[in-house]
Design a protein around this ligand. Structure first.
Ligand code: UN1
Length: 509
């Protein structure tokens, strides 16, 4: 594995300042919340965290703005999102710099994240003219039965560090065209990219003549997030993060009959069948398992290989892992940047210790890198671990580049292993056998929200609905008809005859 020259915190601070300045953000002075960079593990700036009073004020303001926004015609609302998309395109490079500096993504993935934002803006603009309700055949003569979709209210968006900007945009672009207003509580680990997104949306609002209060940013800790979770004026809480977080958020929102949209952990697997095109499989597996340093919720964490090809595939994967360039994500040749924090490194090391204690064998990687050059940063070699059974730590999501390798003999066994974890986000099968592929995609196949053939588990396009089942939380965001979670349907019965008529043949009066 090769390493690249280490960045210096002062240079990163200068780059972050330049990117923010180009976008139009003045870094607020403060001290109680720190912007950091995982590239060196050091602090960049002190910022001011929002207080509970700020959260209260944000709910008041976005609720008031909602009362106007909900009756603004949807295609007019789309104009705001169109302008946001244009500004994101204009500042794509600066925004990607901030994603790299704060989340540690390599350049190509950071640019990809911003592209995903531009794409969802395009999608949402089109959607603003397609918020279709159905007309339903009424059983009564001279009656029309229809459904109308109305805006829901204030949407609270709680997002994670790993897609610090794109997850916000999936929610916000769609919520805004649906007529909702938004309060965003991003990860405390990525405040700078959040300030940039908030600023660009405020600029877009000014330019199209919308109220800036259609969106508020709250930089702060969990207390601020809890304020959104518990406030009955926040109609929908869309939360992305760990299953542990979702277990707290879901019941609390439900207790006040609010809605929640949960996008939680994954323990995604790929089955590799004997007929698989191994070149294609290796490309898909290595990107899904080692890309983003294993820190996507769609990261490939379990590989279920047919016994006949296991040795060949493992040998080729080991060779690919041994060559992965790890280091400075700004270097064009790097494919694996740092983990977000030392805490993440500790979690990875503890998972590796546990899997070895239960008999797992490390086949490649697993060592810390650059500890002398960047003692506070967590650069690690993505790791392949052979396990005999799917137990203990293999059943958990560790947010790090660990790929557990299992073998199978029959497709039934592979699908059973695949589904036998508590999470249900993303899944793949690599096969050239159409029957196997169709079985995997069928109702008796993968139990995940995303099921792919000859494509890895990560890197979904925005046009489809994104999310998963079981401990993943059941929510769907982004494309397809995920927009319906951001609106409320009303059923309308209209009598255009002069005769009264009751349904179900009831007579009265
Ligand atoms: C996430 O990790 O929270 O499918 C989102 C993907 C990306 C989104 C991941 N489009 O990997």
């Amino acid at each position: 594995m090769t390493s690249t020259a280490q960045p210096i915190t002062d240079d990163l601070r200068t780059s972050a300042r330049a990117a923010l300045r180009n976008i139009g953000v003045t870094v607020p002075k403060g001290g109680d919340l720190h912007a950091r960079t995982p590239l060196t593990g050091e602090r960049l700036f002190g910022l001011t965290a929002a207080t509970e009073a700020d959260a209260e004020e944000a709910v008041d303001a976005t609720r008031a703005a909602f009362l106007t926004w909900r009756t603004t015609p949807a295609p007019r609302r789309g104009e705001l999102v169109r302008r946001l998309g244009e500004l994101l395109s204009e500042h794509k490079s600066d925004l990607a710099d901030l994603v790299t500096i704060e989340a540690g993504k390599i350049r190509s993935e950071a640019l990809g994240e911003i592209q995903e934002m531009i794409d969802i803006c395009d999608f949402a603009v089109g959607l603003s003219r397609q918020l279709y309700g159905r007309t339903i055949a009424s059983e009564r003569p001279g009656h029309r039965l229809a459904e109308t979709w109305h805006p829901l209210g204030v949407v609270g968006v709680i997002s994670a560090f790993n897609f610090p900007a794109a997850v916000w945009s999936w929610n916000t672009a769609v919520a805004l065209v649906c007529g909702d207003t938004v309060i965003w509580k991003p990860s405390e680990l990525t405040p700078l990219i959040s300030l940039a997104c908030d600023h660009l949306l405020a600029r877009a609002a000014d330019e199209v003549g919308a109220s800036r209060d259609v969106h508020r940013l709250l930089l702060g800790d969990r207390v601020v997030g809890e304020r959104l979770v518990d406030d009955p004026r926040v109609a929908l809480v869309s939360a992305t993060g760990s299953t542990r977080m979702g277990r707290e958020v879901g019941p609390r929102v439900a207790a006040r009959f609010g809605r929640s949209l949960l996008e939680l952990g994954g323990n995604n697997a790929a089955i590799v069948a004997p007929s698989a095109d191994l070149d294609l499989a290796i490309q898909g597996i290595v990107f899904a398992a080692a890309g983003t340093a294993g820190q996507r919720c769609t990261t490939l964490r379990r590989l279920i290989i047919h016994r006949d090809i296991a040795d060949t595939l493992v040998e080729r994967l080991t060779a690919a892992y041994d060559k992965l360039p790890i280091g400075n994500p700004f270097d064009d040749t790097t494919l694996v940047g740092p983990l977000i924090s030392m805490t993440a490194l500790d979690a990875m090391n503890s998972a590796l210790a546990r899997v070895q204690a239960q008999g797992g064998k490390i086949l490649a990687g697993g060592k810390r890198r650059l500890s002398e050059e960047a003692p506070a940063a967590a650069y690690v070699e993505p790791v392949l671990v052979r396990v005999d059974e799917q137990s203990g730590v293999v059943r958990e999501e560790t947010f790090a580049p660990i790929l557990y390798v299992l073998t199978y003999d029959t497709l039934d066994e592979a699908i059973a292993l695949h589904n036998d974890v508590s999470q249900g986000l993303s899944s793949s099968i690599f096969t050239r056998d159409q029957q196997e592929a169709e079985i995997f995609l069928s109702a008796a196949g993968s139990d995940c929200g995303i099921a792919n053939v000859n494509v890895g588990t990560s890197g979904a396009e925005i046009g489809g609905a994104f999310g998963g089942e079981k401990d993943t939380g059941g929510g769907r965001e982004s494309g397809s008809d995920a927009w319906k979670a951001y609106m409320r349907p009303a059923t309308n019965t209209v009598n255009y005859s002069s005769e009264p008529a009751l349904a179900q043949g009831v007579s009265f009066l």
